[in-house]
Every structure is written in C-alpha cells, then in structure tokens.
Ligand binder design. Structure first.
Ligand code: CMP
Length: 140
C-alpha cells in the first residue's frame, strides 16, 4: 500500500477538554506520523468554506458555529494507507456507532461534537491539506 497523507482536525469539543495529546497518541500508536500540526481558531467564514460541500445539509449552520466556537488543531497525518487508517482510528461519524477503542467511541460527545475530522478520499485529502497548509509547512 502506498504512503499517503490525510488532513485531520481535532475539533473544539476535544480541544476544550484538553484531549489533543490523548488523540495524538491514538494516531501515533496506529502508525500514523504527524508531519504538520497547528492550533488555530477558525472564523465562521473559514469554517463555512471548509465545509462548503455540506452547505445544503440541515446541520450546516450548527456545524460551522461549532467549528468556529473554540480552537482546533489541524494536522497532516502520513503513513501507509493513511486516509483509510485514520478513518479506522477515528471510528464512525456518530459515536453511538463507533467501534470500541476508536477516538470517537472514547471521546466524542455526539454526532456533531465528534472530536475529529478526517479526509475521506485522496482528492479531498489533497484539497483539505492545501486549505490549511502551504508546501513549505510540509517537511515530512
Ligand atoms: P466530519 O467528518 O467533520 O464531516 C462533516 C461533519 O458534519 C461530521 O463530521 C459531523 O460532525 C457533522 N454532522 C454529520 N451529521 C450531523 C448531524 N446530523 N448533526 C450535526 N452534525 C452532523
């Protein structure tokens, strides 16, 4: 399997509860390398742009408000099959459906406040990484 990069976001519910280190340990224990990382506070406009693909969904407003409510940690994870591996480590979107031991099973509060985001495909990973990071910030 090829080495890939994926975009990960540690969401406000997790940064508020000081869970960044525990979540990063889950990534590293699974063999994912954090090759770029920064803590930022999104504006409503930035959150709206990032989640534009969900603009027609009923939860879009709530999602953007939540993502802009407190700092997030944006990061690039690298590893063999990193996109699928990260989604496995995160668990299902709704924590009620997430497998035991996954980040969302252990830490998420609800389907909205679900602690982490991860890219879902190679094309979206490339777009989402470029949304937050310049090439100069990706040193491997
Ligand atoms: P994420 O992987 O960041 O991608 C889109 C997000 O929308 C998703 O995680 C959830 O946090 C959020 N989401 C999905 N369904 C709902 C819902 N029914 N209510 C609120 N938020 C949702």
């Amino acid at each position: 399997m090829a080495t890939e990069r994926t975009l990960s976001i540690i969401k406000p519910d997790a940064t508020n509860r000081n869970l960044t280190g525990k979540i990063n340990a889950k990534f590293e224990d699974a063999g994912l390398r954090i090759v770029a990382q920064k803590r930022i506070k999104l504006s409503m406009e930035q959150a709206g742009k990032f989640y534009e693909v969900h603009a027609a969904r009923p939860f879009y407003g709530e999602l953007c408000e939540f993502m802009a409510s407190a700092p997030v940690v944006v990061q690039v994870l690298e590893g063999e099959g990193a996109i699928a591996k990260n989604r496995e480590v995160m668990g299902a979107t709704n924590p009620k459906d997430a497998a035991a031991g996954t980040i969302r099973a252990e830490f998420a509060l609800s389907v909205g406040e679900n602690s982490v985001h991860g890219s879902d495909a190679p094309e979206t990973a490339a777009q989402e990484i470029a949304f937050f990071f310049s090439g100069l910030e990706l040193v491997g």
